[in-house]
Unconditional design. Structure first.
Length: 148
């Protein structure tokens, strides 16, 4: 487990870029943490590693959005508004896991559908300083330990 502190939105995006460089299709990243904690900003940084920074569309209306790199797709999920896990199965959610890199905001809500190996990144706010986030990175199953 890695614990670190981000002091700004930009630092969170830079962290995401460092993580992005080590990932490959089939990898699943769960982003967890309260509203406004930085999950989408992290995703923006992640996509910018693949030169997709201007294309982030809000998944507010779609549960999942697809972004194409030259070699594989990236699927950005926000499962906050799913009623239950069956809704995730109904959209064929699991089929995305093997086809590209999946980044799943609020992924703990679909925990039982997750593959055995994934990377979980948790964000928490600091109520004394609006720009600080505590970030924890944990690998589950045999997901490789990443360096940041
Ligand atoms: N260190 C930081 N890292 C990331 N975001 C930060 C940081 N400091 C301040 N912010 C601000 O916090 C907000 C994070 O918003 P973001 O949309 O990424 O949250 P979220 O976790 O995706 O929320 P939601 O659960 O509603 O989707 C942004 O307005 C961003 O500018
Ligand atoms: Mg978000």
């Amino acid at each position: 487990m890695i614990n670190l502190i981000s002091h700004s939105e930009n630092e969170t995006k830079e962290l995401a870029k460092k993580i992005a460089k080590d990932l490959k299709p089939g990898d699943v990243i769960v982003l967890t943490g309260e509203l406004g904690s930085g999950k989408t900003k992290f995703t923006e940084g992640f996509l910018s590693y693949f030169n997709l920074e201007n294309e982030l569309s809000s998944p507010t209306f779609n549960i999942v959005n697809e972004y194409d790199t030259p070699n594989f797709p990236i699927y950005h999920f926000d499962v906050y508004r799913l009623e239950d896990i069956d809704e995730f199965y109904a959209i064929g959610g699991e089929e995305y896991f093997s086809s590209g890199i999946c980044i799943i905001e609020w992924g703990e809500k679909i925990e039982e559908a997750l593959p055995p190996s994934y990377l979980k990144i948790s964000f928490s706010r600091n109520y004394e300083n609006e720009s600080i986030r505590n970030i924890t990175i944990e690998n589950f199953g045999n997901f490789p330990i990443i360096s940041v």
